[in-house]
Design a protein around this ligand. Structure first.
Ligand code: AMP
Length: 444
């Protein structure tokens, strides 16, 4: 079967790797930057912006693509799946309407409200800044200020992290409205959830979800969770599918919430077929919904896809047929630690075009996996772009061992202008997370 993967990041490199492990798949790809890992794996590839739907469709037709997989959210927002379907090409990804679960935060929150999905936060959206101020004052708690549409994970500002007073909150809300950040002159204000964040990814066949191990991402740029929000600096998962601060009961609650979202969408005639993930905050009161995303997480899918033993393409096809032959996912019981290598200055002003030396064999010999992200190749040199460069994933029985492997492998990545959050997956940071959760639950 000819399979097309759209997107050129590390998440898509991991998707391509899963495609290549599948029995009858031939891999083709479309990407904006030349991802050396994806290029090497693909029978053929097209260098093109992923949102350029007409070119993607023309390429898919030319290559007799039978199944398309879409990595990033931007092509979903412009209706790439609808266009593929109109051309009789199946895609295991949501239609433009269904992708609103991520691309329109107001629509998402209204859906949750209408269907009484558990785990909601108090929220409202505003076009009038005076009304926004009244709401914040009435809420009488810390808030998060969010643009309605996509901002690449960088448009959200949270009290305590990015601002401290009501006036500062209002100033940013005003900026969102006036500059139409996220595409509309509207801002969403919601209660701040306090706790530990985690990601639950799943395969949806439209009415049922099949969940993957929980993962914790690290959005903040600097060690100790300081600095600006990024696309994610790294993540970890544990061999039992849970997290050191997340019990089976909490995991099951999050699963039920995500299942309720998928069921609500089906009821609304907006059936969601594709990978989906819930970003949750585990609070003293259980998991609360921060976001629902219409794709796999990046970096979170690098923690789980390498562990998937079920044939990936067979799985995607069976999800699309809804006569799902697959009853349960077969996942290796391993712990994983993923750390991103980013250009120096990432998050503020990245140093672009700087050389990175990647010893691929050294990384593999350390027992780790390498997933390239946004790099360019000039005269055989791998150089940085403004986004994240590559991810290294350590896999082992124990989390500490996985972290060790990841660090050893990172010694095989060298550059004068790169930055890594070395604290991800370390014992100290994990213990901080556990005691934070214990403190919130009153169990010091
Ligand atoms: P998003 O772009 O919506 O994924 O948000 C980026 C980050 O902001 C999330 O990963 C959270 O860490 C934080 N965040 C968003 N909404 C809230 C909220 N209501 N309470 C606390 N933190 C939040």
């Amino acid at each position: 079967m000819n399979v097309l993967v759209v997107g050129g990041g590390a998440r898509e490199h991991a998707i391509c790797d899963a495609v290549n492990r599948s029995k009858d798949a031939k891999l083709f790809s479309v990407m904006k930057n030349l991802n050396p890992g994806i290029a090497k794996m693909s029978i053929d590839y097209l260098l093109e912006k992923e949102t350029n739907v007409n070119s993607v469709i023309a390429y898919a037709k030319e290559k007799n693509i039978e199944l398309a997989l879409i990595g990033p959210e931007a092509p979903l927002e412009v209706g790439i799946v609808d266009a593929l379907n109109e051309n009789n090409i199946r895609a295991y990804a949501p239609t433009k309407d269904a992708a609103r679960i991520e691309t329109d935060k107001e629509w998402m929150r209204n859906l949750l409200k209408k269907h009484g999905v558990p785990g909601q936060l108090r929220w409202e959206s505003f076009t009038d800044i005076r009304e926004a101020r009244k709401f914040i004052e009435k809420l009488d708690c810390e808030v998060a200020i969010k643009p309605i549409g996509l901002t690449g994970g960088k448009g959200v500002k949270v009290a305590g992290d990015h601002f401290s007073t009501v006036d500062e909150a209002i100033a940013y809300a005003k900026e969102v409205i006036e500059n139409k950040i996220g595409g509309t002159a509207k801002v969403l204000i919601e209660e701040k959830a306090v706790g530990e964040e985690f990601t639950l990814q799943a395969f949806s066949n439209g009415n049922r979800i099949f969940t993957l191990p929980a993962v914790q991402d690290h959005k903040r740029l600097l060690p100790g969770d300081r600095g600006p929000n990024t696309g994610g600096m790294g993540s970890y998962s544990c061999s039992n599918g849970l997290l050191p601060f997340l019990s089976r009961k909490d995991y099951d609650k999050a699963t039920r919430i995500l299942q309720r979202v998928v069921s609500a969408m089906d009821t609304e005639g907006c059936t969601y077929v594709g990978p989906i993930y819930g970003q949750f905050m585990l609070t003293a009161d259980g998991p609360k919904i921060i976001e629902i995303n219409a794709r796999f997480g990046d970096p979170e899918n690098m923690n789980v896809l390498p562990l998937l033993k079920t044939d990936f393409i067979e799985l995607c096809n069976s999800m699309l047929d809804s006569t799902s032959v697959i009853k349960k996912l077969d996942i290796e019981n391993k712990s994983t630690v993923c750390k991103y290598v980013v250009p120096e200055g990432y998050g503020t002003k990245s140093m672009v075009g700087k050389k990175i030396n990647v010893d691929e064999n050294g990384i593999l010999d350390s027992g780790a996996r390498l997933f390239y992200a946004s790099v360019n190749k000039t005269n055989d040199d791998i150089v940085t772009t403004s986004s994240r460069s590559l991810a290294v994933v350590g896999i082992a029985d124990e989390l500490s061992e996985a972290e060790n492997i990841c660090e050893k492998a990172l010694n095989h990545v060298k550059g004068d202008h790169i930055f890594i959050r070395h604290d991800i997956g370390t014992k100290d940071l994990i213990e901080k997370r556990i005691s934070h959760m214990n403190l919130l639950r009153g169990r010091q």
